[in-house]
Design a protein around this ligand. Sequence first.
Ligand SMILES: Cc1ncc(COP(=O)(O)O)c(C=O)c1O
Length: 363
Amino acid sequence: MSRPTVRKLAPYVPGKTIEEVQRVLGLERIIKLASNENPLGSSPKAMAALRHIDRLHLYLDDAYPELRERLAAPYGLHASNVVLGHGSNELVNIACETLLEAGDEAVMATPSFSLYKLAAVLQGAAVIEVPLREGVHDLDAMLEAVTERTKLLFICDPNNPTGTALPPDAWRSFLARVPERVTVLVDQAYREYMGAGTFEAADIVRERQNTIVLRTMSKVYGLASLRFGYGFADVELAGWLNRVRLPFNISRPAALGAAGALDDEEFVAMSLASNLAGKAFMYKQIETLGLQAYPTEANFYAVSVPVSATRAYEDLLARGIIVRSGDALGMPGRLRITIGSPEENAALADALEQLLPAWKAAA
Ligand SMILES: Cc1ncc(COP(=O)(O)O)c(C=O)c1O
């Protein structure tokens, strides 16, 4: 048995794992470019901190005030502005639990990160999906979709699965027009990858009350399995979010690893340099092959293919390369591909070059 609302939920479908593909295809070498993970691995300082974990038998600090202060300080915010989550995924859920109930509306882009819809529907809210324009949030159309019932408006910046970010001007005019009573949730799982001159969403929190900005340690810090995300909101809203949050939702290993990672500027710099080089290489290949990718500000890109996304995905999978099919992400005709290591990118570029003639012939 389950609530009728639960029966409406489509299951979350993650990318295939390396082990799964190895088992099914019997291939030795698998390249996974499906889940936007860091090809350099994990922050060594986080790993070092994780080697010194003790007292796991105790319920220790649940509030982590020092860690929250450290996360907040670069943005002129304080510990009281921060809510911690078991990954930023959990914070999406906490935000929906805090703000939405049956009869309310949540506005979001489509395609965007699938959890927003899942979390909003679970609260019995109606979801209003606004199509992207050229892979970018259509802010005018999103504002038009706002009604008296709208409680929450999601913006994924950079957007998953397209990788696109909103220009600062678009942000400013959007913020001037969105009603103050509507909470704007800006999911910035890929914030660190964004280039210079991009908009700093955390700044909105100081100026606009009903705003939540989400970040994660899963991507640039390479700690996806540790499960540590954080959010910024004004003190009152952060207080409500913290009430809804389960006690001890942040495991002590996650907090210690996150604290270690925050010291690891070197690893972040290396990861960003690797991503930038991989992006330049892949965009050149994409152009040479006559394909098109949306401009990305993240560690992945959405590239067009001349056959169905499912066919392209399956052909790459048969060669041991796991990507995400746009058919599964509301983005037909495109693949979502993580920027990998130089070897992984080169192997992908080779595979695309080899597959392209057959794809064109089939188109
Ligand atoms: C846009 C976006 N938000 C949130 C998440 C979830 O990240 P976390 O590992 O912090 O839960 C992801 C993960 O892929 C993502 O792409």
